[in-house]
Design a protein around this ligand. Structure first.
Ligand SMILES: Cc1cc2nc3c(=O)[nH]c(=O)nc-3n(C[C@H](O)[C@H](O)[C@H](O)COP(=O)(O)OP(=O)(O)OC[C@H]3O[C@@H](n4cnc5c(N)ncnc54)[C@H](O)[C@@H]3O)c2cc1C
Length: 485
């Protein structure tokens, strides 16, 4: 038998010794926990926040990347490609909202136009064969409302949008359903290694494990240092975005992509699976890992770029703005390293493609563990899950006569902007990983996410959540102040 797998469960003076502890419940850590939950292993997923998916993963642009523009031969390129195929299967099976829009990369200068053949070649090297160079008239035929000056483009039919909230929630849910232990509000602050196992300490208590997976996102370098490594430094790269109201949705047919640079994929205009339009993100390196507020200058830059790409977009109303921090490092590739002797895998520096690549990363990490001697014995059954649909491409509960007939609370709308029903709110508080915060409820249902931003239903939503989760409404509001990005 390999090290620690499938054997009798050892107990120490603290209790269970887990075979594997995953630090960080973002898209990446949750996907790793899900992947490992296929096997006869005792796994803990440790997340500092009160919910999964509250870090960078909730603030992405939500593009389901093909990996066409990744650096050929890089780990990122390889894992994005693999992940794309895995997501193709997992998303429909688990009910992760996706919308198959396709992407249209547009050249706005002679210099950019000249780089398109090389980009096409790069896509092909990355195994993305379904890409086509198109002339300016075809660009305008596909996207008639584009601003003047497009000189040509590249069509990437496989580039789509997904729900960035549901990806980590679905992965963590399936992991829990398949037996892992999820510890929320569990921040790892210290690591001691002795007698063949690690002790992960923090204010939430201690956890003992044989293997550590570091998927701590922006803090992955700090966890790496706790284990004695100095392989990379995370510099938060802020991306600000503007969300336009649903009336803007008819302005575009595809994700409108810029020609990427070495530093960033650039400012794009994209549909969302909720029926809005996103403009962003910016790319600005900052010293602060908590700087998730937007800035006047960042938003101004976006508006100027947006006006040039799609002038009519600026006539539309803005629903919200937000910012996320990419875990950029001094290296261009993911920082995934196996330290077999230490029984440690670092999964850091997953900067701008981690939601798309999460399933591929998870499979790769499982392979590294196996390579290092951990026995991966498949369970007799890997249970499937189905997440509630919050996307516009499939039927939502308020549209389903069948659901309403079976449960009339699916006919009672609480959030009118996003048409979220009482039934969905109740279900979100009673599910495998229940919503305990208003933001958690938003990410599970879309409540408060619409054009009024909760002006009409905030009070009702807080009261409902407080009643269903046995919390005091004022405590809930304070939690919200602490954790909304
Ligand atoms: C503006 C922007 C746009 C993006 N657009 C896209 C896109 O279109 N498509 C795409 O695929 N990707 C996109 N990305 C990138 C993607 O969001 C990230 O690569 C991905 O979310 C990284 O996931 P993660 O799990 O590594 O990090 P996170 O989601 O940050 O998760 C890390 C988790 O670790 C927890 N944690 C940290 N320290 C500790 C500790 N000590 N103890 C316990 N828990 C801890 C955190 O609370 C957090 O929940 C974008 C990112 C940004 C910022």
């Amino acid at each position: 038998m390999g090290k620690g797998a499938g054997g009798p469960r050892a107990l120490s003076r603290l209790g269970m010794i887990y075979d594997v502890a995953v630090i960080g419940g973002g898209a990446v850590g949750s996907a790793i926990a899900r992947e490992l939950s296929r096997y006869e292993l005792n796994i803990a997923l440790l997340e500092a926040a009160p919910d999964v998916g509250m870090g960078t993963s909730k603030a992405s642009t939500a593009i389901w990347h093909t990996g066409f523009d990744a650096k050929p031969g890089s780990l990122e390129a390889r894992l994005m490609r693999r992940s794309y195929a895995l997501m193709e299967q997992f998303a429909p099976e688990a009910g992760i909202p996706i919308e198959r829009t396709g992407g249209l990369l547009i050249a706005w200068s002679e210099e950019q136009l000249a780089t398109l053949p090389a980009l096409l070649d790069k896509a092909k090297q990355n195994g993305v064969a379904d890409v086509y160079l198109i002339a300016a008239d075809e660009v305008y035929r596909l996207e008639p409302r584009l601003g003047p000056g497009a000189l040509g483009g590249m069509l990437v039919p496989g580039e789509h949008v997904l729900c960035t909230y549901t990806v980590p929630l679905a992965c963590a849910t399936q992991a829990v359903v398949n037996g892992i232990t999820l510890k929320l509000n569990h921040s790892v602050k210290a690591i001691q290694s002795r007698d063949g196992f690690h002790v992960l300490g923090g204010p939430g208590g201690s956890v003992e494990c044989r293997w550590i997976i570091n998927a701590a996102g922006l803090y992955s370098d700090e966890i790496d240092r706790l284990l004695g490594h100095h392989d990379f430094i995370v510099t938060p790269r802020r991306g600000e975005l503007i969300v336009f109201d649903k009336f803007a949705r008819s302005l575009i047919n595809h994700i409108l992509l810029p020609v990427p640079t070495a530093k960033t994929k650039g400012v794009l205009i994209s549909p969302t699976v909720y029926g809005n339009v996103l403009l962003g993100p910016t790319a600005e390196d900052l010293p602060d890992k908590t700087a998730t507020s937007t800035s006047a200058s960042g938003l101004q830059t976006l508006l100027e770029k947006g006006r040039a790409i799609l002038p009519e977009l600026l006539n539309e109303e803005v629903t919200a703005t937000y910012a996320g921090l990419r875990a950029a490092t001094e290296h261009s590739d993911y920082q995934i390293r196996l330290h077999a002797g230490q029984r440690y895998v670092c999964v850091g520096g997953i900067r701008s493609t981690g939601v798309s690549a999460s399933l591929g990363i998870a499979e790769y990490v499982a392979g590294l563990l196996q390579e290092a001697g951990l026995t991966l014995k498949p369970k007799l059954q890997f249970k499937s899950i189905r997440m509630p649909n919050i996307g516009e491409a499939a039927t939502r509960p308020y549209q389903s006569a069948e659901m309403i007939a079976a449960n009339p609370t699916y006919g009672q709308i609480v959030c009118h902007c996003e048409r979220v029903t009482l039934g969905e709110i109740l279900a979100a508080t009673r599910t495998v990983i229940p919503a305990r915060t208003v933001d958690g409820l938003r990410r599970r249902t879309r409540v408060l996410q619409g054009r009024c931003q909760g002006f009409n239903c905030h009070g009702a939503v807080v009261s409902l959540l407080a009643r269903e989760t046995n919390q005091n409404p004022s405590q809930l509001m304070m939690l919200e102040q602490d954790h909304v990005a």
